[in-house]
Design a protein around this ligand. Structure first.
Ligand code: T4K
Length: 375
């Protein structure tokens, strides 16, 4: 329970474009009554994002989950898919909902992405794909994953939901793999209220995705796929067009929040702060910290509850591990991915967003230090 009168601080707060900018942009929609079904703004946003990412092709979707589910469906796969248990549940659901079998690989202790050195041991005759996640904005070992996939002729579909705006060696994260999927949910660094996209490289995949997001309809009389409805409407496309114009400044503001945290929380033994990976430009989407209970005396769960009492709503991204979720734990055991289990048990994602005022960051850091001191 919250025991403070101070303003609550949530883990994130969506960035908004200037009100007048959005209103001015949606006025033509009011006049035209053209509201959805791949309209003018849908097409413009696809072009804008394609240009921003320097991507080959992109297909907008109604959300990040459908982007992943349909990207997988478009590849017509069967068998097992190697993925990570340290992710949002959507990743694994998207695999399962395609009647594929998720196989969990452990993660790296430092960047929390799938441990590429452990992938090959999980490959067998039934393996058809790898779905790694650029989790919490950390970029996977893309080169190693690419060479494993080439050697074993596996598809790679990155869940890049957290990494819009991030680059690795100058290449946008969304451009790796056979395809990558993005979430433009309100809680993301870049959003279209709800929304998502698939970034891909083969033109034919675009035809498949277009059909799958529109009920499998190819023309008025040809319906040859069992598709869903995963279209993005025009109002959200306009939000995306506006937000994209401000994205770089928003990321810079997040960078300043990140730096303040680093300054105020640095040097505490038992508290592991995030770091920016080599060759990566970050979008500062999340601020995950690891708490070592033995060194600090206060574990992650105590911190989480105590912060809540002070009106600070950090989140346990990602706990429980997906293998421990009620809908999966009868089939899987998190004991098989000990690193992921340890990270999931000790991680807390502190609030970070572009407009988080410096005094609020100071308030959060003071609270963290005080709770740790009390043990
Ligand atoms: N793959 C990965 C790896 C993902 O992380 C996600 C989504 C997906 C796939 C699927 O993408 P989408 O289909 O969602 O596009 C949130 C988001 O709902 C979800 O998009 C996200 N990952 C996941 C990591 O986090 P919750 O349940 O933690 O969100 P919620 O509603 O508790 O929001 C967190 C805080 O944000 C709130 O305490 C207050 C603030 N907030 C939230 C919303 C929705 C606002 O200030 N305004 C808002 O409108 O799941």
């Amino acid at each position: 329970m919250c025991e403070t009168n101070q303003r609550p601080i949530f883990v994130t707060r969506p960035s908004m474009p200037p009100y007048e900018e959005y209103i001015r942009m949606i006025k033509p929609l009011w006049d035209s009554h053209n509201l959805t079904n791949m309209g003018e703004y849908h097409r413009k946003l696809e072009e804008d994002i394609k240009k921003y990412l320097k991507a080959d092709f992109i297909s907008l979707m109604t959300n990040g989950h459908m982007a992943l589910e349909l990207a997988i469906q478009s590849m017509n796969l069967s068998g097992e898919v190697i993925t990570t248990p340290f992710t949002f549940v959507s990743t694994v659901h998207a695999i399962k909902r395609n009647h594929l079998t998720p196989v969990f690989c452990d993660i790296n202790a430092d960047d929390f992405t799938i441990d590429a050195s452990k992938i090959e041991a999980l490959i067998n005759k039934r393996t058809c794909a790898i779905v790694p996640v650029h989790v919490l904005g950390r970029i996977c070992e893309v080169e190693k994953i690419r060479s494993i996939a080439q050697k074993h002729r596996l598809k790679v579909i990155y869940d890049a939901s957290h990494s819009f705006g991030e680059t690795y060696k100058g290449e946008h994260a969304a451009n790796f793999g056979d395809a990558a999927t993005l979430s433009f949910h309100a809680t993301k660094v870049y959003h279209t209220l709800e929304g998502g996209a698939v970034v891909y490289h083969e033109k034919t995949m675009g035809d498949e995705l277009y059909s799958l997001k529109n009920f499998g309809i190819r023309s008025e009389t040809l319906i040859d796929g069992i598709g869903a409805n995963a279209k993005m409407d025009e109002f959200r496309a306009v939000m995306g067009i506006c937000n994209l114009r401000h994205l770089d400044q928003e990321i810079e503001k997040r960078h300043r929040v990140y730096e303040k945290y680093m300054e105020l929380l640095g040097g505490i033994e038992g508290l592991t702060l995030p770091y920016i990976q080599k060759y990566v430009t970050s979008n500062y989407a999340y601020f995950p910290v690891l708490f070592d209970r033995d060194l600090l005396g206060a574990g992650r769960d105590i911190l989480y509850e105590e912060l809540k009492k002070r009106g600070i709503y950090a989140r346990k991204y990602f706990y429980p591990l997906i293998s421990d979720a009620d809908c999966y734990h009868t089939v899987y055991s998190s004991k098989e991915t000990p690193v992921a289990r340890k990270v999931s048990d000790s991680i807390l994602t502190l609030p970070i967003y572009a407009d988080l005022p410096e005094e609020e960051v100071i308030r959060i850091c003071q609270a963290v230090k005080e709770i740790i001191k009390r043990g």
